[in-house]
Design a protein around this ligand. Structure first.
Ligand SMILES: Cc1cc2nc3c(=O)[nH]c(=O)nc-3n(C[C@H](O)[C@H](O)[C@H](O)COP(=O)(O)OP(=O)(O)OC[C@H]3O[C@@H](n4cnc5c(N)ncnc54)[C@H](O)[C@@H]3O)c2cc1C
Length: 386
């Protein structure tokens, strides 16, 4: 049984208090994702604006009970993600901040690129994104067809299209994955500014996690300075898809924690809003509470594995993500079933939770893709059955 230390417990208490501010805003943001611009002073949004900026670039971190918090650890991020998602996962995902690009800048950027990126983040609330998925090439990201070709000695040109990219329509900075040549070693990541000529971002209509503002991106001969290509100082095997996998491994426990938070919000909604519970209902809820606790342990285990760079980290993160998205969907549907046939209309917050839960299934790879990853881990001996 994993227990949090005093420092992380203090952070958990604080994020739980911060999250109280989110629930009253959830339906407003669901109706109008641009409402986030009216709520940049909400405490947790302010924290997210700088979360993951490393100490050398953030002289003014949040201090709780005498501890400094930079959000660079995966365990503290999953603790925050669960609590914030109990408040509202949509608002958490709508917030500005470096995390979407930052994990990849950290994994592949050189010192100059990190300095440039984090100084931009520290200037003002800045949305960032990572664009991997292409139309018809989501799960099979390695088959991407966006190209990055040299244009003179000091520039490259990006050409192609990306889809379902979170926050790209409101971002200033982002990471785009593109191909310099065929094969897995031909994939490269570049840091781009959305003000560049040829970059267009069209928000997509969605029904779940609407705060995230999923976007279709078109890259029409976007010129990129050579010094914005990430990983130039790394071996070819450590760039491209390798780095995408490393980055996604770091983010995946957090996505699992969104799922856990959504499931917990549904559970708590039933406790708060069903006046009487019969024995069968109480048993259903007790079973759900147990599953929430088991899932939390798995997510914390995967976060610790990521922080400790354990070889099994990616597999554990896949297990956590697959289980979390399934529980989020099952818990929200079960909660709806406690309120009869009019539940979706009579309980709009619960209806929203069920729509959001469906969105979690696709983030950072679908359940099937996580299971394939787990299977590979078991077959190749990277993961023990126990
Ligand atoms: C809320 C949300 C946020 C997102 N954020 C981002 C983002 O910030 N950046 C980004 O680049 N992308 C993002 N995505 C895109 C996401 O990564 C893709 O939707 C996901 O990878 C699935 O790809 P797809 O939509 O093309 O579906 P497909 O790959 O076409 O999958 C469709 C179905 O086929 C199944 N399937 C596919 N391949 C296999 C296989 N080999 N074996 C078994 N089953 C398989 C899938 O499990 C799924 O059920 C986001 C998506 C959502 C919904």
């Amino acid at each position: 049984m994993i227990e949090l230390d005093d420092r992380t417990l203090a952070f958990q208490r604080q994020t739980r208090a911060w999250a109280q501010e989110l629930k009253p805003l959830a339906l407003e943001l669901d109706r109008d994702p641009d409402a986030i611009h009216r709520h940049l002073d909400v405490a947790i949004v302010s924290y997210l604006t700088r979360m993951t900026v490393p100490p050398e670039y953030n002289p003014d971190p949040v201090v709780i009970d005498g501890h400094r918090f930079y959000g660079t650890g995966t365990l503290e991020r999953v603790v925050l993600a669960e609590e914030a998602a109990v408040g509202d996962a949509g608002l958490l995902l709508a917030s500005p901040g470096p995390v979407m690009s930052g994990v990849l800048v950290d994994a592949m950027g050189d010192e100059q690129q990190k300095k440039w990126f984090y100084s931009r983040i520290m200037e003002k609330p800045t949305w960032t994104f990572f664009a991997l998925t292409e139309p018809d090439r989501g799960s099979d990201a390695g088959a991407m067809s966006t190209t990055l070709t040299p244009d003179g000695d000091h520039h490259f040109v990006l050409r192609g299209a990306k889809r379902y990219v979170g926050n790209a329509a409101r971002a200033d900075l982002g990471i785009v994955f593109a191909r310099t040549r065929p094969g897995p070693l031909g994939v490269t990541a570049v840091l781009i500014e959305t003000s560049a000529a040829g970059f267009t971002a069209e928000p997509l209509e969605t029904i779940g996690l609407r705060g995230l503002r999923l976007t279709a991106v078109t890259l029409d001969d976007v010129r990129v300075p050579a010094d914005q290509v990430l990983g130039r100082h790394l071996r070819a095997t450590q760039r491209g898809m390798w780095s995408a996998v490393q980055g996604l491994n770091r983010l995946r426990p957090g996505v699992a924690a969104f799922g856990l938070g959504i499931a917990r919000a549904a559970y708590e909604y039933v406790l708060d809003n069903r006046r009487t519970l019969n024995t069968a209902d109480r048993h259903r809820l007790d079973r759900l509470a147990l599953r929430l606790t088991e899932l939390r342990q798995l997510i914390w285990r995967s976060a610790i594995a990521v922080d400790d760079n354990e070889p099994a980290a990616g597999y554990l993160a896949s297990a956590a993500k697959a289980r979390a998205s399934r529980l989020a969907e099952e818990a929200t549907l079960e909660a709806l079933s406690c309120f009869g046939p009019g539940a979706r209309l009579d309980h709009p917050l619960l209806d929203k939770l069920a729509r959001d839960a469906r969105g979690v299934e696709f983030m950072e790879g679908t359940g099937n893709i996580q299971k394939l990853n787990l299977f590979t881990g078991l077959v190749q001996g990277g993961l023990r059955r126990d």
